[in-house]
Ligand binder design. Structure first.
Ligand SMILES: [Zn+2]
Length: 298
């Protein structure tokens, strides 16, 4: 038998911010220096993943992705142990829209975003499935699938992660069944994945506080847990089953710190990027609490 070499990387593994394999970060800014700004903000939070929007939610032309300081940022991420960043698609995209112009705008933005994210070398684009604005859910589901079928070629290097919504307005993709239906209508369904959001799920009526395991079981039965690729971790300003989308700070909403802590530490979310989208710039202390860290003294 050849002598087994002891791994010299063993101690390095334990120096990572999250030895348990929890990937936790926040929605960070790309102001001025692009990805470098995002990574530097992530380092301030002592986090090991992050999410960005590559373009303004107010519309207008997207900043050239070549100006994002990609190589420098990827190098810094490697040094600091930051993994699997997520890109959120612009809110202005509505692939369910009955208006031809809006639908086509969405198709062109998502097509371009796939190329931009491939350039960055990231794996996940999170998008809100869409709003039917009066045409009804079955229409919206067909319309979204039609858009995805016109965009996806099967050669993409990214996953389009459909986000589960809160049931507010005329949004679709609130229930796991609706998400599963969209996926079932898309030819290149291997490019589709799912992003859950604790605020949305609780607000829509999934009792993730008392039965997160039951929610995961339903997810597995309807969609398949292999498609769960991203999680948004937010408390909710509104009560259970209120069908509203109002994010609260961790521990200051109807879900509560204890339930969110359990979710963040759940086995099923290991190595899945978990992203805070909470108000008020409290990310550092929220991440400290969720990871049992002593708060920074500054
Ligand atoms: Zn979202």
């Amino acid at each position: 038998m050849p002598k087994t070499e002891q791994s010299s990387n063993e101690s390095a593994i334990h120096q990572t911010p999250n030895p348990k394999g929890i990937l936790l970060g926040a929605n960070v800014s790309i102001a001025k220096t692009g990805l470098m700004a995002a990574v530097e903000e992530t380092i301030q939070y002592d986090a090991n993943t992050y999410m960005i929007y590559t373009r303004s939610n107010r519309g207008g032309k997207a900043r050239p992705i070549e100006d994002f300081n990609r190589d420098q940022a990827l190098e810094l991420m490697k040094q600091k142990g930051i993994f699997d960043p997520v890109v959120h698609l612009s809110y202005l995209v509505n692939l369910a829209s009955p208006k031809e112009e809006t639908w086509e705008y969405g198709v062109s933005v998502l097509t371009e975003e796939i190329q931009r994210v491939e350039y960055l070398g990231f794996k996940y684009i999170v998008m809100h499935p869409g709003s039917h604005v009066g045409e009804g859910e079955p229409y919206a589901i067909r319309r979204i699938a039609e858009a995805l079928n016109s965009i996806l070629t099967g050669n993409e290097d990214v996953f389009i992660c459909l986000e589960t919504m809160a049931g507010d307005g005329s949004k679709v993709g609130n229930s796991l069944e609706q998400i599963a239906e969209i996926i079932s209508l898309v030819k290149h369904e291997d490019k589709l994945a799912v992003c859950i959001d604790t605020c949305h799920n609780y607000s829509f009526g999934y009792d993730i506080v008392n039965d997160f395991d039951g929610f995961l079981k339903s997810f597995d039965d309807t969609i398949g847990l292999n498609r769960l690729k991203v999680a948004h971790i937010n408390d909710s300003k509104t009560p259970f089953n209120s069908h509203k989308d109002r994010h609260a700070n961790i521990g200051e909403g109807s879900i509560g710190q204890e339930a969110l802590y359990r979710i963040v530490h759940h086995e099923a979310l290991r190595n899945i990027p978990q992203i805070l989208e909470t108000p008020g710039g409290k990310y550092r202390s929220e991440i400290d609490v969720l990871l049992d860290r002593t708060p920074a003294s500054e």
